[in-house]
Design a protein around this ligand. Sequence first.
Ligand code: SF4
Length: 307
Amino acid sequence: MTERYYSLPDYFKKEFGRRLYKVPLDAGMTCPNRDGTAGRGGCLFCSAGGSGEFALRFTGQKLTRQDLIYNHQKAEEGDFIAYFQSFTNTYAPAEELRKLYAAALDNPLFAGISIATRPDCFPQEVYALLGELKQAYPDKFIWVELGLQSIHEDTAVMIRRGYRLEVFDECVRRLKEMDIPVIVHVIIGLPGENAEMVYQTIRHLNTLKISGIKLQMLHWLSDSDLGRLYMAGPGRYHPLTMEEYTDIVSECIARLDPDIVIHRLTGDGSGETLLAPLWTKDKLNVLNQIRHELKIKNIRQGCRKEN
Ligand code: SF4
């Protein structure tokens, strides 16, 4: 391992013998947390773009290398992942989803697809569709990314997540049964959450044996309801300092099952809308601080795993 944790580049090297690159896509979806099905305002922290500001609009057209926003020079055909990122990417009729997913899987640019969604947007037809596509494209992979953020119900209500933990657990169980890797998004620094609560979320994810995790600092964005709260009373909230964040992240890594791949340790808050914490803009510095913290505490992933 090149890091003290199981990084995504290490995973790519081990599984594919090469680095892969995610291409964020906006397939024009919405979200039940915005259209009134589960809620209206969306999750408290969610931006106007549904957490997919940098995504490329995708309606099933044949994408070429030149179309890709991040046209990584060294990447070859087959070195990209179609990342259905914006809003809730299983929230459409199965036939529509089939066309979108198949268009990406048919494209030789992509080694596979990664679908970001909510666990309460998984009707039987979507499980069946993923099972069918897995069979139809044995040389490609399908990942599912679920935005959990926290296992704590009080936090879930406060951020207006709109589903209960057992819905998430059941979705993970079914996807695992189908041998579909599940990547879980967790936010650190949510109002009302202390470090121990974050570690409880990590312990729970260990028991579910998820495949990957994205850890990220809460971003207070001006085009989110969280940002509006912040602007109305900045003194009432405490966005974590970089020192607090790197301390909690390093302790999460210490508690995380060493088989779980860490896809992310920082976030990509849009420069223009980010109100706080501004230190997150310097991603490289944050990553270096985390590395430093791991080194001085002599932490390797899973060294303090309890279950
Ligand atoms: S974070 Fe995801 S689930 Fe929440 S409102 Fe945004 S798109 Fe919907």
